[in-house]
Design a protein around this ligand. Structure first.
Ligand code: FES
Ligand code: FES
Length: 155
């Protein structure tokens, strides 16, 4: 199959690589670029563990083709230092022990980043809605919601 040259910004750095038209973004991030925070949970768009930011919006990288990233800005948890809210969320979640196994953590933090970048005074309902697509098997969500609320208060 004919390979495509793509270029995009990944956590602030420009990357260029060749991909197959059918290559999935999640596989390229993990397999070719060494980015391990987005994970394959369900591989069909249901769980949110593969969440990344593309041009400031969360996407399911298991459902995106790598060629769709051409020219885009992609942010993963490895690039937390480049986003004010991502950095603050990560710190609060750590301080509050908001996660247990942590498998859902990168996706939850990036969904919360998207929320706070667009609404720095979210209600509890806004927070729950923002993370509704990120499944967590361990916490019952309460500590996650509280940690996001704490992050907002500490701004
Ligand atoms: S692995 Fe992408 S949504 Fe579950
Ligand atoms: S902390 Fe285990 S899945 Fe969320």
């Amino acid at each position: 199959m004919k390979q495509h040259n793509i270029q995009f910004w990944l956590n602030g750095e420009k990357v260029s690589l060749q991909v197959e038209p059918s290559d999935v973004l999640l596989d390229v991030l993990r397999g070719k670029l060494g980015i391990k925070s987005p994970k394959a949970g369900c591989d069909r768009g249901d769980c949110g563990t593969c969440t990344v930011l593309m041009n400031g919006k969360t996407i399911r990288s298991c459902l995106a083709l790598a060629v769709e990233a051409d020219g885009a800005e992609i942010v993963t948890l490895e690039g937390a230092n480049s986003r004010k809210w991502t950095q603050r969320l990560q710190k609060t979640f750590h301080e509050k022990n908001a996660f247990q196994c942590g498998f859902c953590a990168p996706g939850v933090i990036l969904s919360a980043t998207e929320l706070l970048e667009n609404n720095s005074r979210p209600t509890t309902h806004d927070i729950k809605e923002a993370i509704a697509g990120n499944l967590c098997r361990c916490t019952g969500y309460e500590p996650i919601v509280e940690a996001i609320e704490e992050t907002v208060k500490g701004k």
